[in-house]
Design a protein around this ligand. Sequence first.
Ligand code: NFU
Length: 399
Amino acid sequence: MSQVVVSPTTRHEGHSKLVLEVDDSGIVTQGNYLSITPVRGFEKFITGKPMEFAPVASSRFCGICPITHSTASVECIERALGIIPPKDGLVIRQLANMGNKLHSHPLHQLLILPDFVKDPNASLAATVRIQKMRKIGQGIVDITGGEAIHAPNFRIGGMQKNMSEAAKRKIIEMLNQYEPIMKEHVDFMVNTLKGNTEVPKKLGVHDRELMATDLNYGNSDLFETEYFYRFSEITPKSYYPGDIGMEACTSVPMIGGRTVEGGPRARMMRFKSFGAKDCGDFDPRGAMAINIARAMEIPIALARARELIQQLDTTKETLKKPPESGGDGKTLGVGANEAPRGVNVHTAKVKDGKITYYNCLVATTWNIPTIGKATEGQHYKWAEYVVRAYDPCVSCATH
Ligand code: NFU
């Protein structure tokens, strides 16, 4: 028996580490994956500030998926205050989330290309497609959110502005441009992943519950009724063996006393009957299934974006301003959003327009301890493949 440490793990956002107990053949007998990204203390410094500060600040958790944080933040505060935004505000908000996914999912494929595509010409062609797709995805967030990163249009009560008819037509055109590039790219990725003959077929299989609230956007009611009442959280020190937890920078959230997996595979299994038929010879419970599910989610996000832009009435109000001194300080508002990487939950209490409590359970925070478990039973040389399948965003997780 010996220990293998991979630090830092590579080709994902943020800083993290694998600490693996391995047997004499190099098979992982106990896998630990942990964040070593320093905590910035967002929840603490949001508390006590005017409620409008929460979405602005929490968007800064991360530059890849700021839209999910703006969304979960405004939604948890709206639910604490009992505000329902106008329909067209919600349409633009959802569209911004689809735009973010249309950039974030292809970005993940850029990060795994070196693992699966050995031909430099094929790799270059894929890179060009990915960057074109990301540019369009971010362009949609730019129009809907007011900026591609840290979008200022997100407001408690809806979206600050509707868009012009010309902007609506522009988005329709951008989605049309996205489609052929995406079709070629998703076919390429899915075939490449399914056709891989090196990765063990059962890599990354684990027995943890999958957590998903919606195929596209998120469902806070479902999160509350199905998951939240079973939620608990422990310190890394009490979760990880030995001294490992002393270094780990995220808490360990659980459902029913166990860690969970959120993200593409969880969503696709629950809402799209994703399974063995989609995974070639790979086990649908494993790491390659997550990579395949993520690729398959891209056309689903495109289709949803098309529905949303057709639904948008550009002449209607998008914002219902909240009362400046709203909030009883007692109601816990829950905002659960399906971030690219899993369920992103913000919770808040508001009193007289100020945040009195703020807490975030971010997509990768849920996934981190499960990633460690998922490395077990295979040679340690595959452990980083497991990590990358989850596309961890460790700054998000650590905030
Ligand atoms: Fe973020 Ni950078 C995503 N996807 C993570 N993890 C937010 O939830």
